[in-house]
Ligand binder design. Structure first.
Ligand code: HEC
Ligand code: HEC
Length: 327
């Protein structure tokens, strides 16, 4: 009798474990995209936390080894390739608990960044500081209130002070941004789902690209463990790069020639940021944020007229083009 009771209890416990993720998904509110380019603002699919795993993980060309828990420690993120960058200041490698995770956690130790955040390598120190100040002063937000990562950047900026951001700005400005995004024109793309602000493959099926850019890791596992030498592929609709090039050169009245301010080959000019070779998801997100007014810091005035007449398609084409340029 006793035995049977135990097995019934055990079965009940198992049922609860198996049902839990399903229930979470069913109860999670269905989020309606707040922008016309939802591909640039991935809204998370609910995921269940993985069980603790003591396995030591490795990536190519690195002697380091970290557990799954270590690679997700926002206050001591993994540095797989310390030889690939200068020594990090404390704010970049450790942050300041509890409110400011390390800059290097999200933007990676070498500043190459990820589609849900931004590359920082090679941007001017004054520009980096100004952006954090803008968030702190409420002059920069996101047009998509439900996308987690920009909200994280906003909250940590509010917790930051001017002095502690300076060494981070200095550090990232001295790094060189390297080719990181491979642009591929395609009609069919892997079916993806949004996980932590990024598109990741969802099974092996393919689906039509439609009017989207799908930027996804070249190697999901290496991206998940935050290997800062494993980049991304951006699938873009056929013909996008040429159309974007024409818009950027302003051979019509839709916008203003980008190179006037962003420099030759869009490699940046003074404190005006480079656009060449950077994440198209990030670049499109920013154009849209200037257009909606979510981003309206001092420097944003120059961008107002540039984006005013751009359609959602135009922003897609332009970001496909800028991503295709050599940094
Ligand atoms: C929790 C993740 C996270 C951390 C930690 C983080 N950032 Fe960010 N950061 C983001 C995201 C996400 C964005 C992109 C926001 C958007 O798309 O609107 C961003 C964007 C930026 C930008 C804008 C770049 C540009 O081209 O305009 C700067 C500058 C920046 N971060 C600096 C920092 C600094 C300095 C630190 C450390 C003090 C830091 N970030 C820490 C997530 C993070
Ligand atoms: C009149 C000068 C000017 C022109 C022309 C211009 N920009 Fe900009 N752009 C700026 C400035 C200044 C900033 C920095 C804004 C800030 O400080 O918030 C900027 C920022 C950006 C950003 C955000 C980058 C980042 O790192 O967050 C994007 C994307 C962008 N511009 C795209 C373009 C494109 C595409 C074109 C051409 C179609 C263009 N810009 C033309 C002045 C200009």
């Amino acid at each position: 009798m006793k035995l049977i009771r135990y097995s019934v209890l055990a079965a009940a416990a198992v049922t609860v474990i198996y049902l839990a993720p399903v229930r979470t998904a069913a109860q999670a509110p269905v989020l309606t995209p707040a922008t016309g380019i939802p591909w640039a603002y991935p809204l998370n699919t609910p995921v269940t936390a993985a069980a603790p795993d003591p396995t030591i993980l490795h990536v190519p060309n690195s002697k380091a080894g970290f557990t799954r828990a270590q690679v997700t420690d926002g206050f001591n993120p993994p540095d797989w390739h310390p030889e690939g960058h200068q020594a990090m200041p404390n704010i970049v490698s450790k942050g300041r608990a509890p409110d400011m995770r390390a800059c290097g956690y999200c933007h990676l130790p070498n500043g190459q960044g990820r589609p849900e955040n931004s590359s920082l390598a090679g941007l001017s120190a004054a520009y980096i500081e100004q952006q954090v100040n803008d968030w702190r002063d409420g002059l920069r937000t996101s047009s998509e209130p439900n996308m987690g990562p920009p909200l994280n950047m906003l909250n940590l900026s509010k917790a930051s002070n001017v002095e502690e951001v300076k060494p981070a700005a200095e550090y990232f400005s001295k790094l060189t941004y390297k080719p990181w995004v491979r642009v591929v024109e395609a009609t069919m793309v892997p079916k993806t789902k949004a996980v932590i602000g990024m598109w990741v493959p969802d099974g092996k099926e393919m689906e039509p690209i439609g009017m989207r850019i799908i930027e996804t890791p070249e190697d999901l596992e290496r991206t998940e463990v935050r290997d800062d030498t494993s980049g991304f592929v951006a699938y873009v609709p056929p013909g996008s790069v040429e159309k974007g090039k024409a818009l950027a050169a302003s051979k019509n009245t839709t916008t203003v020639q980008c190179s006037i301010c962003h420099g030759a080959d869009l490699k940046g000019k003074g404190d005006v940021p480079a656009l060449a070779g950077r994440s198209p998801s990030y670049i499109a997100r920013q154009m849209n944020d200037f257009k909606t007014g979510a981003r309206h810091g001092k420097g944003a005035a120059g961008m107002k007229g540039v984006v005013a007449k751009l359609s959602n398609e135009d922003m897609l084409y332009i970001s496909a083009y800028t991503a295709s340029l050599k940094p």
